[in-house]
Ligand binder design. Structure first.
Ligand SMILES: [Fe+2]
Length: 248
């Protein structure tokens, strides 16, 4: 329907008759906002401003799905510290707001991959709804929202000497429940309505890295989930590309 934003990524007719994609307009606006706020000038003020722009985009994407329970999820993420948390202690995006940035990177990577996959295999489009891609990518690491604590850590400087610097350490005491399964359980407890495909994609987003070593049942479940649900492979690939190639 003209004039109403939809999270279908397929574009819509704008009032002047030219078609445009909701998804791409949002990305361009986001990039422009980052440019205007001086993303290259990494002062504390600028970093906070960029975090608030990323938070705005994260929130509006999730709300665009219209999914029941999303308001509750957003306020519980805020309470748990999701928007300030790093993405890791020593590896990718180990800085304030890193988890938020990583989640958006995974979402963008998955949307690009989806476009390519659907171009080659149009029959998969119905199994990869845009709202499911948004939910499964932006919320896959919900389990990390409450595990990082600021700490002074040892780090090698450019000259090769160890020095003490502000960083993070992990503390699993809030809910020691694993990784992908913890994200799913937290989201369900917070009242989010999810499809089976979204649950499987979040549960298995780490692939074999999240398997109990002695559990043949888990190995078989992972294999079946990947065969049954294209969303699993999409989220796994997008997470891996973001972590391994895009983020430092
Ligand atoms: Fe991740």
């Amino acid at each position: 329907m003209a004039g109403v934003d939809k999270a279908d990524g397929t574009g819509r007719e704008c009032p002047n008759g030219r078609s445009f994609s909701f998804w791409h307009v949002t990305k361009k606006q986001f990039a422009r906002k980052l440019y205007l706020c001086g993303v290259n000038q990494r002062t504390e003020v600028m970093k906070n401003k960029c975090t608030s722009i990323m938070k705005e985009r994260f929130t509006s994407l999730l709300l665009s799905t219209g999914r029941r329970g999303m308001d509750s999820v957003l306020s519980r993420l805020e309470e748990a510290g999701f928007f300030e948390a790093p993405a890791s202690t020593r590896f990718h995006l180990n800085r304030k707001g890193g988890l938020l940035e990583h989640s958006l990177n995974v979402c963008d990577a998955a949307m690009s991959l989806r476009e390519r996959v659907v171009g080659v295999r149009p029959e998969l489009e119905a199994q990869l709804p845009v709202e499911s891609v948004i939910i499964a990518t932006l919320l896959h690491d919900t389990c990390k929202a409450d595990i990082y604590r600021p700490a002074i850590v040892s780090q090698k400087n450019d000259a090769g000497y160890w020095e003490k610097v502000p960083g993070y350490q992990v503390d699993y005491s809030s809910m020691p429940l694993g990784h992908g399964e913890k994200s799913v359980i937290m989201l369900l407890k917070w009242g989010l309505e999810m499809t089976d495909e979204e649950i499987l994609a979040i549960r298995w987003h780490m692939t074999a890295w999240d398997l109990a070593f002695q559990s043949p049942e888990q190995k078989e479940s992972l294999t079946v989930a990947r065969a049954k649900t294209p969303l699993c492979s999409l989220v796994q690939c997008a997470d891996s590309i973001s972590t391994g190639l895009l983020e430092r």
